[in-house]
Design a protein around this ligand. Structure first.
Ligand code: NDP
Length: 315
């Protein structure tokens, strides 16, 4: 691929930025996730094309985790390669997140929420991504066994050590989130953001009160799997395409695509068409309209998908 020069008009193309809670950070309304399509098994050239397109259109927030791939770690290695090949000159324009909390390496120290795991994992992530620091480090999930204070103090210390600028939590239940908010505030490292699954098919953070809590406390909220892994697009309306996530079968099972769900998706699709939008666009707009939502964290297996998803920020 030819040498990359970012589009000089990248901030003039319509991307909108939203303040992340009561913080100094603005995030693009659409952010890009590296869970799928950026691993060692995927085409580097395609990942590179998608990432360039994203940045050229003002998508400055990339979301990773230690175990994204496959294999584990390889999405971060892709990020490292992208830094070397294309993005080093733009490091200060990027907001890069990673996480630890799920299984990463064997033995008792490569999973959950201990200080031992979080600290070692962040060091590994920085090496793989060829970065000195991440902008945001998350506890990827709530650990019912480890004292919350241990996990939270580890997050505080990642900031104190300069390895992370901000901290977040993902998939924590409401009561634990309240403890996290208070602990982190009292230790002068306020909780920047909560990452949870919110989309038209899965409204748990809304029903559980997480969104309201975040809005009331000045914590940002970013929605992962905003398209329900592709269900809330036209991808499955007429069968299961060979190159789709569902065909791969690991995270999105064919058994999920029931007649009831298809009927619901088709009716959403008609609603979107009546408005002159795609289903994906409508689904993303729905999330962005909820109180307290800062950004939607989309995945994309092609530049065309990302291009379509970016339309949701248009008026
Ligand atoms: P989405 O719900 O956006 O699903 C993305 C998939 O939907 C794509 O890979 C593609 O599937 C399909 N798709 C996307 N756009 C279109 C379109 N316009 N038209 C048709 N199909 C489309 O998000 P993900 O599930 O990928 O999650 C996004 C990010 O959220 C992750 O990368 C990760 O960063 C984060 N995440 C965090 C979690 C956590 O625990 N905190 C858990 C899960 C995700 P196909 O491959 O079939 O083309």
């Amino acid at each position: 691929m030819e040498k990359y020069f970012a589009d000089p008009l990248r901030y003039d193309g319509g991307m909108k930025y939203e303040r992340c809670g009561h913080s100094g950070v603005m995030l693009p309304k659409v952010s890009l996730g590296f869970w799928h399509n950026f691993g060692g098994v995927d085409s580097y050239e395609r990942a590179r094309e998608i990432t360039r397109y994203a940045f050229d259109h003002g998508v400055v927030h990339f979301d990773l985790a230690n175990n994204y791939g496959p294999p584990y770690g390889s999405a971060e290695e892709t990020m490292g390669r992208l830094m070397d090949d294309d993005f080093r000159p733009y490091r200060d324009e990027l907001f890069i997140a990673t996480k630890a909390g799920y299984d990463m390496w064997p033995g008792p120290y490569g999973n959950w929420g201990s200080r031992k795991y979080l600290m070692a994992s962040l060091d590994q992530s920085l090496k793989r991504m060829h970065l000195d620091y991440v902008d945001l480090f998350y506890s990827h999930r709530y650990d019912p066994e480890t004292p919350l204070e241990e996990t939270l103090q580890a997050l505080v210390d990642t900031v104190r050590s300069g390895k992370a600028l901000y901290v977040g939590i993902s998939r924590w239940p409401l009561e634990a989130t309240k403890i996290a908010e208070r602990y982190l505030r009292e230790h002068d490292v306020p909780l920047l953001i909560y990452q949870g699954k919110l989309n038209m098919l899965d409204r748990e953070p809304l029903d559980e009160g997480i969104l309201d809590f975040c809005a009331d406390k000045g914590i940002g909220f970013i929605s992962f799997s905003p398209l329900a892994q592709g269900l809330l697009t036209d991808r499955y309306l007429n069968g299961i395409p060979d190159d789709s996530r569902m065909k791969k079968g690991k995270f999105l099972k064919e058994s999920m695509l029931t007649e009831d769900l298809l009927t619901r998706l088709r009716s959403y699709n008609e609603e979107a068409q009546a408005k002159g939008e795609t289903l994906a666009e409508m689904a993303l707009r729905w999330i962005l309209a909820q109180r307290g939502v800062t950004s939607v964290l989309v995945g994309a297996s092609s530049t065309a998908q990302l291009q379509n998803n970016l339309k949701c920020v248009n008026d």
